[in-house]
Design a protein around this ligand. Structure first.
Ligand code: SAM
Length: 260
């Protein structure tokens, strides 16, 4: 199964820009508190725009940034090595790494369990594995311009999350399974950080929903959405009278024992 979105497209560029604005602050807050050192070697998987790879490069020795589509990795900092590679085929580079980070990447990969095993093996003694992924916690609409918009929101999200994305290999349970998998793999110091916020029409969270809806349009129409519903939904995502919960984002981290 191929990745559902088109990273190299203009919509893909805006998609990554919205993600950075929504999640770079909580992501870097967490990574900083997990501990960074200037001698660390880092691996950034599904690097997207490179915003986190660049941030890590300013604080560590070396960053390897991997993505199936490197079109948006055109402005990387010195110290970032970009590798174009399909992670469904495993890792393109040998460890050991002191930090391996993947945000909103593992949930997209049907081969995530095999890759997870390879990532644990690629950790240096004492190295950290950090995943940031979203969950299927329901995205409740808090305010809608018209009563019928609530049903429209629920229908479009149902088609997106329960019909279209599982057919493309996306897992909505991975984020909550990660900590147990880390335990089973022998990692220690396993912690989860949760981040969530509301989003209002016209702001990054709603504009991201609109963007993903545009990228997945053929799949949504095939799943039973009508063109009129998609048009109304996209208008709703720019309407400041609309407000809903945005995705629950979990950052799960674990550490390989020192000396193992
Ligand atoms: C949702 S985006 C997240 C990007 C970035 N990590 C962020 O959070 O801003 C998923 C990223 O994973 C990449 N990707 C998807 N499937 C991949 C695969 N099979 N191998 C490598 N990268 C992949 C996409 O190109 C995209 O950059």
């Amino acid at each position: 199964m191929d990745y559902i979105f088109d990273t190299g497209s203009e919509l893909g560029h805006h998609h990554l820009d919205h993600l950075g604005k929504l999640l770079d602050t909580p992501t870097t807050w967490r990574l900083e508190r997990l501990g960074l050192r200037s001698d660390m070697r880092c691996l950034e998987l599904g690097a997207g725009s490179g915003s986190i790879a660049n941030w890590l490069a300013a604080r560590t020795r070396e960053v390897v940034a991997v993505d199936i589509d490197t079109a948006q990795l055109y402005d990387v900092a010195p110290g970032v090595q970009v590798i174009r590679h399909d992670l469904r085929d495993g890792l393109p580079v040998d460890g050991p790494f002191d930090l391996i980070h993947a945000r909103l990447t593992m949930l997209h990969l049907p081969q995530r369990e095999e890759l997870f095993g390879r990532l644990v093996e690629a950790l240096a003694p004492g190295g950290r594995l950090v995943f940031g992924d979203i969950t299927d916690r329901p995205l409740e609409a808090i305010a809608v311009p018209e009563p019928a918009d609530r049903d429209l929101w629920d229908k479009v999200l149902h088609l997106s999350h329960e019909v279209v994305s599982p057919a493309r290999g996306i897992s909505w349970t991975w984020a909550r399974e990660t900590a147990d998998r880390m335990t089973t793999a022998g990692l220690v110091d396993i912690e989860i950080m949760e981040y969530s916020q509301t989003t209002t029409g016209g702001t990054d969270g709603c504009l991201l929903h609109r963007n993903l809806n545009q990228q997945a349009e053929p799949l949504l129409l095939a799943a039973g959405a009508t063109p009129a519903e998609l048009t109304r939904y996209r208008a709703l995502m720019t309407n400041p009278d609309f407000k809903a919960w945005f995705y629950q984002f979990l950052m799960t981290s674990g550490r390989r024992r020192s000396g193992v």
